[in-house]
Design a protein around this ligand. Structure first.
Ligand SMILES: [Zn+2]
Length: 142
């Protein structure tokens, strides 16, 4: 941006158009689109490891009566998860299975962050639809 300003000033002094009309709009305006994108990321929930945007607060949904659930896997590790309709920032790995599922009738598949490939939760699919169960302490921005 600084580079752009300097070139623009050089351009003005060369053409001698400076001082005419006080200069309202400048070509530099287009740079504001960058700030705009950052503002739109408000409400984003990102990977706590690499800050890659995973989902958004407004994708929160309730499954089996609640958004948040606490489960233990067969190894006894406890996970606090939140349910989200969509999570474009993660991708499924491995097979989908009903074995040890935490949600009756929903098969699960592990999902990882697209940014750093860390395990971040599970994708559940069943006859009632599909959703993501994401490990809440692996998300930041809540
Ligand atoms: Zn990540």
């Amino acid at each position: 941006m600084l580079f752009y300003d300097l070139t623009y000033r050089a351009y003005l002094s060369r053409t001698g158009s400076r001082g005419g009309g006080g200069g309202g709009t400048t070509p530099g305006r287009e740079d504001h689109t960058l700030e705009h994108v950052i503002e739109e990321e408000e409400g984003a929930l990102s990977c706590s490891n690499c800050l890659y945007p995973i989902t958004r607060v407004d994708e929160k949904t309730a499954v089996a009566g609640a958004h948040e659930h606490v489960f233990a896997n067969p190894e006894g590790v406890i996970f606090e998860i939140g349910c989200f309709r969509l999570a474009p920032g993660c991708e499924g790995v491995g097979p989908s299975t009903l074995e040890f599922t935490w949600f009756d009738g929903y098969a699960w598949q592990a999902v990882v962050c697209r940014g750093c490939m860390n395990h971040i939760g599970w994708f559940y699919s069943g006859s009632g639809g599909s959703f993501y169960g994401l490990i809440l302490n692996r998300l930041v921005g809540m």
